[in-house]
Design a binder for this molecule. Structure first.
Ligand code: R5P
Length: 316
């Protein structure tokens, strides 16, 4: 039987202590400032043989511990993160929570070919066994519709659509929101509605990690509008670049690209610079393209109710 953590019986610890995993110090400090907690000291380093050493240098006894760790490039982060949770419990923490603005492995949400790992479920099991609850932003819920389908710990899903819509409203005149694939419709439709703009969605077929092709709906009636491509994730940049090329073929201006999670590297950034008018992302993953902060949303959520399971519709 999966372990379920009761939603209401836990008493509220008096102290909240944030422990940032390496690279998450700025976000953790903002959360501590905005949600009324303090910063703890966490040491994470490698032994000469490459194994991870983790030590909490703060008193966490009876405290609510909030580990802060965005999970882009998760393989190098997950063991130190799980060790941190275990160390906090060993040292007597009353509650061990995780703020992971980007949640990894959500795109490995099906066995597409015999023998493949269902990584989303295995990863969820590891996190659920270590943390009492998880707060995240726009996980890639596609074939899995609700984090509670794979996460046994309590979860809270925040949505970045209001931030993205505000960015569009502030920066783009006469926008046409464009979803590069059917999966993006859930984000694009909401951003468009909030920005008071029309939207269209392309169909994408992926032939490999870096090879995607698009088919487009009729676009003539939207000529003259400024396209804004919106997606949850930019990784190789292939999806955005292919969609931008398809728009160019139809005579549209270079599109802006907006996304929640910026996972792309410098090589992809070069391609995106040529293909788009610019890229704006939220700070769920620290990146030069970050233009919107999720810290206020995350901080506000830490004091709110955390559901046993919660899909996209139950988020903020
Ligand atoms: C697809 O499942 C996602 O919503 C994104 O469209 C995709 O992850 C983008 O990846 P890339 O930048 O590598 O094309």
């Amino acid at each position: 039987m999966p372990r379920r953590i009761p939603t209401s019986s836990a008493s509220t610890p008096e102290r909240r202590l944030f422990l940032p995993l390496p690279g998450n110090e700025t976000l953790a400090a903002r959360l501590a400032e905005q949600s009324g907690g303090s910063m703890g000291v966490l040491e994470v380093r490698r032994f000469p043989d490459g194994e991870s050493y983790v030590r909490i240098h703060s008193d966490v006894a009876d405290a609510e511990v909030v580990a802060v760790c965005t999970l882009a490039r998760p393989d190098e982060k997950i063991l130190p993160l799980l060790f941190t949770a275990a160390a906090a419990r060993t040292a007597g923490a009353a509650r061990v929570r995780l703020v992971a603005p980007y949640l990894a492995y959500m795109r490995q949400d099906a066995v597409f070919h015999a023998g493949e790992a269902l990584s989303a479920a295995t990863f969820a099991g590891l996190v659920s066994d270590s943390f009492d609850d998880l707060v995240t932003v726009d996980p890639h819920l596609h074939r899995i519709h609700d984090l509670g389908d794979i996460y046994r710990c309590r979860t809270r899903v925040l949505q970045a659509a209001p931030l993205l819509a505000e960015w569009v409203t502030t920066h783009v005149e006469k926008p046409l929101l464009v979803g590069p694939d059917e999966e993006s419709e859930q984000w694009v439709a909401e951003i468009a509605a909030r920005a008071g703009a029309p939207h269209v969605v392309f169909a994408k077929v992926r032939h490999g990690d870096h090879d995607v092709r698009m088919t487009l709906p009729a676009l003539e009636r939207w000529r003259g509008l400024q396209p804004v491509l919106a997606d949850d994730i930019i990784s190789s940049g292939g999806t955005i670049c292919e969609a931008a090329a398809a728009l160019a073929e139809r005579g549209f201006a270079k599109p802006w690209a907006i996304a929640v999670h910026a996972l792309y590297d410098d090589a992809a950034a070069m391609k995106l610079t040529h293909a788009t008018a610019g890229v704006a992302t939220t700070d769920t993953v620290p990146h030069p393209s970050n233009a919107m902060s999720t810290a206020p949303l995350l901080a506000a959520t830490l004091d709110g109710p955390i559901n046993v399971s919660c899909g996209r519709t139950a988020g903020v």
